[in-house]
Design a protein around this ligand. Structure first.
Ligand code: ZNH
Length: 145
């Protein structure tokens, strides 16, 4: 259900992403805008001191893991649901993450990408990413049913 243009828009954007740096930035924004999401990461140190977040090693390592999984999904655009099935189950059964938070993280990730791409974040690129965000969130939420 992807057009060639959509696939190209997503993979070409992704090629510019630094999964550790941009992942930490997306998590940082999540923690600032939705501070209650910090509670899932009680082992990560003091996240309430906003200025320290981006240099928090745990946040960087976790950002890299999360965006690594997003990159894996992008390599399997025709089966995102299957690719993320185990990860979804893990978030539901073990981590007990409220799936509303997937939407929030997908949203902040779009903002990070748009900021990074500037004029390169064209309406076409934005639309392809919006669609991918929806597919990503649906796949991660699937294991909750
Ligand atoms: Zn998550 C983990 C991905 C979202 C919370 N995650 C994780 C991992 C991965 C991920 C890959 C690792 C796993 C293993 O190792 O086994 N995530 C992801 C993605 C997304 C997410 C892709 C979207 C996009 N998460 C999320 C959210 C939250 C979370 C939103 C909340 C808020 N996760 C989490 C936790 C964990 C995880 C808590 C665990 C961590 C540690 O280390 O402990």
């Amino acid at each position: 259900h992807w057009t060639a243009n959509e696939k190209a828009a997503i993979t070409s954007t992704w090629a510019k992403v630094n999964i550790e740096k941009d992942g930490a930035e997306a998590l940082t924004r999540l923690f600032i805008v939705y501070p209650w999401t910090q509670r899932y990461f009680s082992s990560f140190g003091n996240l309430s001191i906003v200025d320290t977040i981006s240099s928090n090693e745990n946040v960087r390592a976790h950002g890299k893991k999360v965006l690594g999984a997003v990159g894996n999904a992008i390599q399997h655009l025709d089966d995102v649901k299957g690719t993320l099935a185990n990860l979804s189950k893990e978030h539901a059964a073990d981590l007990h993450v409220d799936p509303e938070n997937f939407k929030r993280l997908a949203q902040v990730l779009l903002i990070v990408l748009a900021t990074k791409l500037g004029a390169g974040f064209t309406p076409q690129v934005a639309a392809a990413w919006q669609k991918f965000s929806n597919v990503l969130v649906a796949a991660l939420t699937h294991g909750y049913h």
